[in-house]
Each structure stands twice: as structure tokens, then as C-alpha cells.
Design a binder for this molecule. Structure first.
Ligand code: HEM
Length: 264
């Protein structure tokens, strides 16, 4: 049996360390669950050119093999700027200049973060996940950075805001609107207006954004308890949401009319 002496042991360890480093730099090995880690320089080799080892792109630090979508990403193709790097920001801005093809997503809004999440879902569904990029979103240990945690928190908040918006839209579905240069505007409610299918029609009202002078036309339920009131709560005035404080009637429109005209 081979026994390593003091020097041999150090040499063995040094060789092993160098091998790990090389493998890490070349992206062949990563600690933990067999996930491959890339340094950006290694990922940059995967641009789909004739001598390149493949065609990859990264989004929020996650690397996907997009070779089956070669026609979009290969050199010269419309989205070739995404290949071989993490250009998360450009997935939102559509800025495919070198300055725009970057992974810095700071300052994006909640809904823009949701756009990124939709792109992640798209790549998860259509392409193979092959690893992670060490840098902005993943550390050398392959674990998420605080920056990625912040992005994920924004996505969660964005999803919650969307859920809330959907709830509001069910409560106050937008009106149908028609405009004519001779007759002016017509607002009316129907059981599908605003794309919200329901068993009531409602009446048009202006709904004001709290603290602003901005309003838009919504259909308001006229019977039953207010939406914010529990069903088992005591007597209500059977006026639906008509008494909501952010609502105003349209001038010249009877309070129970389902159609309102706003002449020029
Ligand atoms: C922020 C803006 C945009 C981004 C980030 C973006 C990104 C992309 C990406 C990554 C693909 C390839 C998807 C795949 O792998 O299958 C794609 C495909 C496509 N995009 Fe865009 N796009 C944007 C805006 C637009 C606009 C404004 C149009 C049209 C006016 C458009 C038209 C298309 C079409 C037609 C395809 C499919 C092409 C095909 O199947 O051959 N894109 N887009």
C-alpha cells in the first residue's frame, strides 16, 4: 500500500487543491448538490459560435442551455446579446446595447421584477437549467446572495400587490367605454365588463385613487352588503358598495342607470 510521507502529503494536497481550483474555474465542478458553478469568464465562452462549447445564457444568476433556441441566440441572431452572460436587466428594458446587457437589476419596479420572474418561468419550462453564475446573485458556495434575496422579496411583494389588485378589480370591475368625436363618451356596465365575469351588472361610478384627483370608471354593485363587510355582520343598507368613500357619481347620470353619457 502506498503511504505518503510529510512532503508527499503536502504535494498531494497541493495537487488536489489546484485540481479543484481549475475545475471550479472551468465550471466542471461545484460543491454541494452537483450544481455547476460558472465564473462569468467561463460562461462567456458559451455564445454558440463554431468553436464554443455550447450556447448558454443566465438570468438572475441561473444558467440555461438555450441551444435548442439557437435561431434566437446564436451569433448574429436578434437576441444574441443574451448569450454567454447574465443580462437580466435587458430582459426588462429591451436595451440590447453593451451598457444595457448587464445583470444589475437595481432600481427596477415591483412589476418589472415580476417580468423577470416570468422570464425565469419561461426558461425553466422551455430550456434546461445547467447551473449558476458566481457573482451578483450567487456566492462562490453556490448560495443566494443578499441581492438575490432582495430581488426575491420584491417579486413576492409584487405578486401580493397583483393579488390585491385582482381582488379590487373583482370588487370594482372597470366599465365598458366608447368614445365618439360627435357624441362624446359612453360608460356602461355589463356582466363581463373589465373582463370580470360576475352575476351582477352594477352601475358606473368614478373611483378615485386615494389622495389623488385621478379616477377611472368602475362598475359598482348596488345590492347586498358592502364587500368589506362580513357576510354574517349585522344589518346593512342593502346598497352593495355604493357608499364606498372613494366613489363619485357621474354628473348628469341617474344614480341607478347602467349607462352614462358624457357629452363633449
Ligand atoms: C423587453 C423587450 C423584449 C425582450 C426582452 C424580448 C426577448 C425575447 C427573447 C429572449 C426571445 C426568444 C425566446 C425563446 O427562447 O424562444 C424572443 C422571441 C421573440 N420576440 Fe422578443 N423580446 C422583447 C420584445 C419584443 C417585441 C417588442 C417584439 C415584437 C414587436 C418581439 C417579438 C418577438 C418574436 C416574434 C419572437 C419569436 C421569434 C421566433 O419564434 O422566431 N419581442 N423575445
Amino acid at each position: 500500500m502506498l503511504r505518503l510521507g510529510g512532503l508527499g502529503l503536502w504535494l498531494g494536497l497541493a495537487i488536489a487543491a489546484a485540481a479543484v481550483l481549475t475545475a471550479r474555474l472551468l465550471g466542471w465542478w461545484s460543491p454541494g448538490a452537483g450544481i455547476r458553478l460558472f465564473i462569468p469568464e467561463e460562461l462567456a465562452r458559451y455564445r454558440g459560435g463554431p468553436r464554443d462549447p455550447g450556447l448558454y445564457l443566465a438570468l438572475l444568476g441561473r444558467v440555461y442551455d438555450v441551444s435548442s433556441g439557437r435561431r434566437h441566440y446564436e451569433p448574429g441572431a436578434h437576441y444574441s446579446g443574451f448569450a454567454g452572460r447574465d443580462a437580466s436587466r435587458a430582459f426588462v428594458t429591451g436595451d440590447y446595447s453593451e451598457g444595457g446587457l448587464v445583470d444589475d437589476v437595481s432600481g427596477l419596479s415591483f412589476s418589472e421584477m415580476l417580468t423577470l420572474q416570468n422570464w425565469i418561468s419561461f426558461y425553466e419550462k422551455n430550456y434546461e437549467f445547467v447551473g449558476k453564475v458566481i457573482g451578483r446573485f450567487y456566492g462562490e458556495d453556490g448560495l443566494p446572495t443578499t441581492e438575490l434575496a432582495q430581488v426575491e422579496a420584491m417579486i413576492t411583494r409584487g405578486l401580493e400587490a397583483n393579488k390585491q389588485e385582482l381582488k379590487e378589480k373583482k370588487k370594482f370591475p372597470p366599465c365598458n367605454v366608447e368614445w365618439s368625436s360627435t357624441r362624446g363618451s359612453r360608460f356602461w356596465c355589463s356582466q363581463k365588463s373589465g373582463g370580470v365575469s360576475r352575476d351582477w351588472t352594477g352601475v358606473p361610478r368614478k373611483l378615485y385613487k386615494p389622495g389623488t384627483k385621478e379616477s377611472h370608471c368602475v362598475c359598482v354593485r348596488t345590492t347586498g352588503p358592502p364587500s368589506d363587510q362580513r357576510l354574517d355582520s349585522p344589518a346593512h343598507r342593502n346598497r352593495g358598495d355604493l357608499d364606498h368613500p372613494n366613489l363619485r357619481e357621474y354628473a348628469g347620470c341617474p344614480p341607478h342607470a347602467t349607462t352614462c353619457f358624457l357629452p363633449l
